[in-house]
Design a binder for this molecule. Sequence first.
Ligand code: MSP
Length: 495
Amino acid sequence: MKTKFYITTPLYYVNAAPHIGHSYTCIAADCLARYYRNLGLKVNFLTGTDEHGQKIQRAAEAQGLEPKVFSDKAVSVFKKLWETLDISYDDFIRTTESRHEKIVQKVLEILYKKGELYEHIYQGWYCTPCETFWSESQIQAGNCPDCKRPVEKIEEKNYFFKLSKYQDWLLDHIRSHQDFIKPASRREEVLKFLELNKLSDLCISRPKERLSWGIPLPFSPDHVTYVWFDALINYISAAGTFDKDDKYQSEWWPADLHLIGKDILRQHAVYWPIMLKALDIEPPKTIFAHGWWMINADKMSKSRGNVVSPIEMAEKFGVDVYRYFLLRDVPFGSDGNFSEEAIVKRFNGDLANDLGNLLYRTLTMIEKYFQGEIPDASINLKNKRAVEIEAKIKALDSGIKVNMGENDYNFSLALEPAWELINLANKYVEDTKPWNLAKENKTDELKEFILVLVNVIRKTSDAIYPFMPQTAESIKQQIGKNKISKGKPLFPRIE
Ligand code: MSP
């Protein structure tokens, strides 16, 4: 049985303010980290920032700042956001930290010594925003095939990593490890790409005269490290080190889960495992690529100018409502359309009508019929409906586990059994007509009825904790002890 869970998010570029797309990966990772901590596993949840490269150098220049000073400011914005959204990361790594830079240089030295890197004059096209080289046949009317912005012609001496020699190994690895790339559609995508294309070696340096903001190559003072080669190494630099025989040592590695967006699948599922293979380090267990949040069918991004601020959404609807919406509204892995109307719909339905209503009406009945004391728990269930609901309560954990378990990570499905239970309980209230039980002095029946509702609420609050930590805490405060402490409705309807 596994005892540790090492989970990572991508390192976010510091050149732009974080938007809801960035917050999505962190919220999903936080939900899993909380879930696995609760199961008793040792969890290492890593996030951080990607601070080198041309994009950042240019953004800093535009503000008249040194790139490091510029990055410091951006990092505080990211950290503030994660605090607001209750992101319980264990470690935050910046690619400008010396613990990272040292390991990147060590990796370069090892690969250079092993003959995995070589010098070569490169001629071709370059897309600066994507920091990617393209061949003549790949560019489209002078533009980058990915971001559609103009490419620049360049000719320069660089260092290359022998990616191509590991193509067959990678294909074998993906074919023999069902869980290596998730979801299945992404696994197919990578397999198809590797089956149809011959990998080119990867250019891992940039001449200093063109770009100075990067980690210097230890064997060539005129070059800095390509930003992706630098950034991917964070997953091992944050969690371990190399010994004197160049063997990597870490209590956390291999990572259990790299969560990423689907746009950075190639780097994670092709470059990264090959880099590790060349270093004799085990690949991560799973790379899961989630979908994109779109605005009216367009990808949300700074360059398209349609970004939504996660802080604004959290202020407007509440942190937990925002978290719940992102995790509930689309299956993890698919794209989703983001709109405030969609949040309001989830809010009024799932949260106000279902969960909030169940809690509020239960607290009100405990006040009215039992003077605020939760009745004694030792009661024999006689009512058929009560027995049925208790059985569902017992099955809840395993229902969640199937979907939060190692191979799935389907947050939306994981939440479903909790809402089934809530709806069942609400229906039970409507059908039972407790005021009649009270009028007829059927105290035992009334007790039984209330106890079932209390159990449903307590159990659901445990279940939703990884998704909505503040809500779970607030429910616990209101109904966690013998004497209730009724507050205002958790989710007053939005008209
Ligand atoms: N710095 C690289 C990652 C290096 S990891 C070693 C990077 N940074 S990023 O800031 O551009 O993007 C970070 C993550 O945000 C990516 O996983 C990306 O997919 C995700 N998102 C960016 N826009 C998004 C949406 N509109 N929707 C969902 N996620 C998207 O890439």
